[in-house]
Design a protein around this ligand. Structure first.
Ligand SMILES: [Zn+2]
Ligand SMILES: [Zn+2]
Length: 661
């Protein structure tokens, strides 16, 4: 019979948890990965924030010995004549899967594992409650075969071979959702959601996944919401695009609907009054207008009694252009939802982003990228295919998922780049990562630096060439400071970005989604739980984006597309100002300019000088605020930045201005 020890033996690949977590499921516990391992007896070198148990578990998994029978055989899904070839988000269904044993057989005591996606509400398969959701029937065709099935973990069913050995051609039939209640698929629509089959053929506790485990597409549910996005800054006389989308209750796209969406906009913008959606549009449309007259515009989209307002669009010849980017998110190539192609479609055609990077984990997922070069190849191909300079900039990237020094993102500004392994001892430090990137057009940034799944080891100074920016906010919350709205969970003292500026590090600020639901850039539906990067670049190209990131001409928000301007004298956000060159008697004084045009009413605007909030203005629900201040006594080593907080806690953070010698 199956025992606890069997489960322990299966540790090299335990049930997967989201490495980056999610707001909906609460903080993940990455330490669980190695929870059954004894604690190391000696104190290890490295930062106190390191999670050695996880590192050890991943290393053990990477060096596991596999029997020739592990991962053998094939599996497929059969849909009945009364069933659609796809499943529907959040709608119970029944799935019949066959597994056929491979040439090396399965010994008595060997195991077959059935695992549905660990994410987003797939029901855990269970064999005890026929009336309950997820009830699973496991049978063999041949009467001499004895099997014992048992739920081992969330979303994981183990099937032990308890009688005679299985030989090539023996079949196991798994009916998942066999009872009246069925089994619930993913709430997030995605292509190629896998029913993972893994085989431990010799019963030693080490299993291997079938790379071509069966998959099913999960389609969206009925229409339940609207999204409208406009550019933040448009020049007078310029043609601009309005991105419109009809989404379902879980903000999925891909709806095959016939609908007319009413568009309310001032006539001088030259937009149509109504936009028609045909089924083949997948619920996504794009229309164009021309901004003739300077001003701030907010458009309204309406359909079936629903109404939604766009972000503000400022038509002005002044100020830098703002590109919106989400530079950090995941697909089912690691621990997220959907395929890379769908990720980029959502970013471009639902969220109306200008810039997107898909950054799957090097080491975290059923099939780790580092062990499956075809997946990394696929990400490179899709990133290249979606890159359209002037309209939509895609960046190749991955998450260097170090459980020693904290997670870092690598972005490449060309079509190809190496995947650097965060677990291999030769590249497990930030310095080794930066060395591996020598000669590449690349940059890196740390994320959820103050806590969350793992805090950043800030004892290692960010490389001045490769790391000009940091992610201060994402779905995990804010790593800016403990007093910011929605601060990160499990904060580590002195690890907030505000503390880090005190170390003299000169970092610009971005926000990222770190979304695992296949919805990069989604905001209108869930403030203030997101993250976006505002990139100040006139050119919508990889070169323009790289220049802006290197110069820290960026600001961060937790989702709202607000316009933020901030300058000291003539120097904009991200600048370094030499006190010796521009000040007097070792000090500098000058006029500060702050402008915020928010998406929702503003609650307050604060100036943070060298680690402390020194000035705060309550803004009484205004949408637009301009402030002028005189500041003096600035000395080398100081920094200044602005935080703008909406009444709904939607927040923007400018990059700092740095005072140097
Ligand atoms: Zn992460
Ligand atoms: Zn992530």
């Amino acid at each position: 019979m199956m025992s606890t020890s069997l489960r322990q033996l299966a540790t090299p690949v335990l049930a997967l948890a989201l490495a980056c977590g999610s707001a909906e499921d609460g903080p993940p516990d990455p330490a669980e990965l190695g929870a059954e391992r004894p604690a190391p007896e000696t104190v290890r070198d490295g930062p106190p924030t390191a999670l050695w148990e996880t590192v050890d578990a991943l290393r053990e998994s990477a060096s596991a010995h596999y029997d020739v029978s592990d991962g053998g055989g094939r599996a497929w899904l059969v849909r009945g004549p009364d069933q659609k070839p796809y499943a529907v988000s959040n709608t119970p269904d029944r799935f019949e899967i066959f597994y056929e044993v491979g040439p090396h057989g399965i010994a008595p005591g060997g195991m077959v594992y059935f695992q549905v996606s660990p994410f987003w509400e797939w029901t855990t398969p269970q064999v005890l409650g026929p009336d309950q959701r997820g009830y699973t029937e496991v049978t063999a065709e041949s009467p001499e075969i004895e099997l014992h099935a048992e739920t081992l973990d969330r979303q994981l069913l183990g099937i032990e071979v308890t009688g005679r050995a299985l030989v090539e051609g023996d079949r196991i039939r798994i009916v998942y959702g066999a009872g009246m209640a069925g089994a619930m698929p993913d709430r997030y629509a995605e292509r190629d959601s896998a029913f993972w089959i893994a085989v431990d053929g010799d019963g030693d506790g080490t299993r291997r996944f079938l790379v071509d485990s069966p998959t099913i597409d999960v389609r969206p549910g009925p229409a339940a919401g609207l999204v409208i996005q406009v550019p933040t800054l448009v020049r007078p006389g310029e043609r601009f695009a309005v991105t419109l989308a009809v989404i379902d209750a879980w903000r999925n796209t891909g709806l095959e609907i016939e609908a007319d969406v009413e568009l309310e906009a001032p006539p001088e913008l030259g937009l149509p009054d109504s936009v028609h959606f045909a089924p083949e549009d997948g619920g996504r449309q794009r229309v164009h207008g021309v901004a003739e007259k300077a001003g701030t515009y907010r458009l309204v989209a309406r359909a079936s009694g629903r109404e939604v307002q766009s972000n503000p669009m400022v038509v002005s010849a002044e100020g830098p252009r703002v590109l919106w980017g989400d530079l950090h998110g995941h697909s089912n190539y690691s621990d997220g939802t959907g395929v890379p192609e769908d990720y980029f479609v959502y970013a471009r055609d639902v969220s109306g982003l200008d810039v997107a990077a898909l950054t799957d984990h090097d080491h975290w997922g059923i099939l780790p990228l580092v062990d499956h070069p075809a997946l990394w190849q696929g990400i490179q191909e899709q990133t290249r295919a979606f890159h359209e300079p002037g309209r939509f900039v895609t960046l190749l990237g991955f998450e260097w998922t170090s459980w020693i020094h904290g997670h870092r993102h690598v972005l490449y500004f060309g079509d190809e780049g190496p995947l650097v392994d965060s677990v291999a001892p030769e590249t497990d430090s930030p310095q080794a990562l930066w060395s591996a990137l020598e000669g590449q057009s690349a940059l890196t940034f740390a994320h959820h630096s103050a806590g969350g799944p793992i805090a950043t080891n800030w004892e290692v100074p960010p490389d001045p060439h490769f790391e000009p920016i940091t992610e201060i906010v994402s779905i995990h919350g804010s790593s800016e400071a403990a007093d910011s709205p929605n601060p990160i969970y499990d904060p580590v003292p002195d690890h907030f970005v505000r503390d880090v500026l005190g170390r003299g590090y000169r970092l610009g600020f971005i926000g990222s989604g770190d979304r695992h639901d296949g919805h990069p850039g989604a905001y209108q539906v869930d403030p203030p739980q997101g993250g976006l990067a505002a990139i100040l670049s006139e050119e919508r190209t990889r070169e323009g984006v790289l220049d802006a990131l290197r110069a820290r001409r960026v600001y961060a928000t937790n989702g709202p597309r607000m316009l933020m301007r901030f300058a000291l004298g003539g120097h904009g956000m991200g600048s370094e100002i030499s006190v010796a060159a521009e000040g007097k008697d070792g000090e500098l004084a000058g006029p500060l300019f702050v402008q915020v045009i928010a998406q929702e009413p503003l609650h307050r605007i604060e100036l943070i000088r060298s680690g402390a909030v020194v000035d705060g203005v309550l803004t009484e629900g205004r949408l637009e605020v301009t402030l002028h201040r005189e500041i003096d006594g600035l000395r080398p080593g100081e920094s200044l930045y602005v935080r703008a907080v909406q009444e709904d806690d939607g927040t923007g953070w400018t990059s700092p201005i740095f005072l140097t010698e």
